[in-house]
Design a protein around this ligand. Sequence first.
Ligand code: NAP
Length: 449
Amino acid sequence: MAAGLDEKLEPIYQEVLRRNPGETEFHQAVREVLESLGPVLVKYPEFADRKIIQLICEPERQIIFRVPWQDDKGVTQINRGFRVQFNSALGPYKGGIRFHPSVYLGIIKFLGFEQIFKNALTGMPIGGGKGGSDFDPKGRSDGEIMRFCQSMMTELYRHLGEYTDVPAGDIGVGQREIGYLFGQYKRITNRYESGVFTGKGLNWGGSRARKEATGYGTVFFTEEMLKVRSDSFDGKTCVVSGSGNVAIYAMEKAMSLGAKVIACSDSNGVIVDKDGIDLDLVKQIKEVERRRISAYAEEKKSAKYLEDGNIWTVPCQVALPCATQNELNGTDAKTLIKNGVIAVAEGANMPSTPEAIRFFTEAGIAFGPGKAANAGGVATSALEMQQNASRDSWTFEHTEERLREIMVDIHRNCHQTSEEFGAPGNYVVGANIAGFVKVAGAMVAMGVI
Ligand code: NAP
């Protein structure tokens, strides 16, 4: 059962449902933020008078376009491309591009909406947006990926720009895809505009530590939550869902802080390795060979592969959902709590259902919501933009240290805000309010636009 909404906020939510039919993930993301905002309207009545919440729920611009391309057999394929430019009160739209067959407008809108508040929390001058396509990159050749990316950018380029909209990667979009997208942008515009894309390769304008940033940042945020409880990662058993970009580097940092990671997954199944996950092997399988995670158990005798398994049944003290939205439901949350979990942090966007979040909160589990816990990726993207603007390239150590400071600041901001608004230790409330107040203040200052 969902928590109730403030009487001023319920009609706003009903209007969002009416205006955006069928977009269930978007509804879920909006509701989660609105549930935190009641006390904000008491402290800042001008936000209600100026209809800031209604404005923030309506994207500034939504672009949907056809992406035609030819596969290796010469057959024409047709996909749909999206870019939702949600809010530019704090800076150019910023947010990743996702390639996954599940992508439709509702997914891109939920991600873009979350991105507004996440980007505000980083303290960097970036607005919120998100894009993607229902293209499925699995099993596609390198040539097919390139032709698809080029076709997508042939339309998308006119909506981008370093002062307008700056995409990055997300599910299904890593450095290879960013290379093809950026290359086509450069070709069409005849501009080497490094700051128009982040997540670039190191020798063509990328930032050190960007690849690691989301996963590392999630672990830094979790470390801060544990510190509040006079605890640490050292000696903790940890489970990380997914085995993509975020999951791999969350595992890496958790291990370096003394945790034992015993399970990870992909969309086909779960790997459990009681000896601790061999991360070099996961990287080889996922980053180099692009195979399924089941290959891990073929190489490692200490590991078990659970086809269609549920990773949240593996007992652990720290759980990091790093795969996709709504991958951890109420039943999973109860199982984790029963098995002794003490901290959960979302490396993925909205991986926990509202019911799961409620169970974690009621049980007093340290729970880090995605818009705070995984903000390290976009924060480091903003650092990449800084390096591009100054034609500079920082060391790994310097960039990682900046990332760590930003995550510590985000944690402090969320924690203090949760206390200020009467929900101490509730990072969902803290993140939603701190992010919202910053964006709303800028929107009031800029008038009705
Ligand atoms: P990725 O490299 O493509 O990896 C995604 C991982 O999640 C893969 O292991 C994938 O398994 C699994 N997965 C995807 N869809 C799934 C599904 N429907 N069911 C089960 N497993 C699924 O993507 P990523 O960049 O790590 O992104 C992971 C999450 O982090 C997403 O929620 C994304 O929005 C969020 N995030 C990413 C960044 C970033 O910097 N990359 C920043 C902030 C937040 P398969 O290979 O089997 O599909």
